[in-house]
Design a protein around this ligand. Structure first.
Ligand code: C2E
Ligand code: MG
Ligand code: MG
Ligand code: MG
Length: 268
């Protein structure tokens, strides 16, 4: 029996898994270093436009990490790792500090009506001090909360009841809440109506397939109708072609974001 157990244990040693663990530990360690000496981290901003006339409405803030040896590490890779430790709170604080600093400049360049969207992870929203912290930043930088949207993914929203009070606090400070990657999670319609939200961002997957897949157009149309019924604004993500744009215009979607209008880029 001991021999069997030994053999079983041995099959659990998977070199690929060990390599992955090693990489994850490395990323975590290097990200921690990057946060204390933050030349490697920077915020990029991607335009969001009104669909009807392509007028600039605001920007989404997206973090970038240029690792000294690995080069560009996509956020989808390191955010997940940061979320498995308390690093995400430090990273989130860094993002907030940086974006608030940049917002004054965005106001100067593009006017007071510009909005800025900031991605938040569940771990940040679980922090009961988050709204208080953000209120402090708005005061420090003398900025109106009305220009801010906080984005939270639909998946996170449907799994964590505990973050709703933070979302409500952020809204009562005057900020707005967007549901990111909408259409990929599992929100029931009745739940959507009760959530403290202002905007739905249609996941890129539905936009990418707009030209080929008739179902996608119907889904986008349905989400826009839902938005109207619930008084939520709708943003289409990942708009890459003028065919996408024309279809969204015909459907009557409010806003759009994607390479067609501009890639994420640094402020300077
Ligand atoms: P997201 O919030 O859904 O952001 C949109 C992603 O789509 C961004 O990827 C953006 O660069 C990309 N994108 C925009 N337009 C197009 C397009 O036309 N075509 C294609 N193929 N892609 C487009 P990015 O910057 O790699 O970020 C990935 C995800 O990482 C974000 O998805 C968000 O969930 C997370 N993230 C990024 N920055 C932050 C941050 O500061 N804090 C947190 N918590 N998460 C962040
Ligand atoms: Mg987002
Ligand atoms: Mg998204
Ligand atoms: Mg996403």
């Amino acid at each position: 029996a001991a021999k069997d157990a030994g053999r079983n244990r041995f099959t659990f040693f998977n070199p690929l898994m060990a390599e992955k663990t090693k990489q994850r530990v490395q990323i975590e360690k290097d990200l921690k270093a990057a946060l204390s000496n933050s030349d490697e981290l920077l915020m990029y901003y991607q335009p969001i436009v009104a669909v009807k006339d392509q007028q600039l409405k605001g920007f989404e803030a997206l973090i970038r990490w240029i690792h000294p040896t690995l080069g560009f590490v996509p956020p989808d890779r390191f955010i997940k790792i940061a979320e498995q430790s308390s690093l995400i709170n430090e990273l989130g604080d860094w993002v907030l500090q940086q974006v608030f600093k940049d917002m004054a400049e965005l106001n100067r360049r593009y006017g007071e009506e510009m909005t800025v969207s900031i991605n938040l992870s569940v771990r940040q929203l679980e922090d009961q001090q988050l709204a208080h912290k953000i209120k402090g930043l708005a005061a420090q930088f003398n900025l109106s909360m009305a220009m801010i949207y906080f984005e939270i993914t639909e998946t996170a929203l449907s799994q964590h009841q505990s973050i709703l009070s933070t979302l409500e606090q952020l809204r009562s400070l005057g900020a707005r809440i967007s549901v990111d990657d909408f259409g990929t999670g599992y929100s029931s319609l009745s739940r959507l109506r009760e959530l403290p939200i202002d905007c739905l961002k249609i996941d890129r997957a539905f936009i990418v397939s707009l030209e080929k897949d008739n179902n996608s157009a119907e889904i986008v149309r349905a989400i826009c109708a839902l938005g109207k019924a619930l008084h939520l604004s709708i943003i289409a993500e990942g708009v890459e072609t003028s065919v996408h744009y024309q279809m969204l215009k015909a459907i009557g979607c409010d806003k759009a974001q994607g390479y067609l209008f501009g890639r994420p880029g640094p402020l300077n």
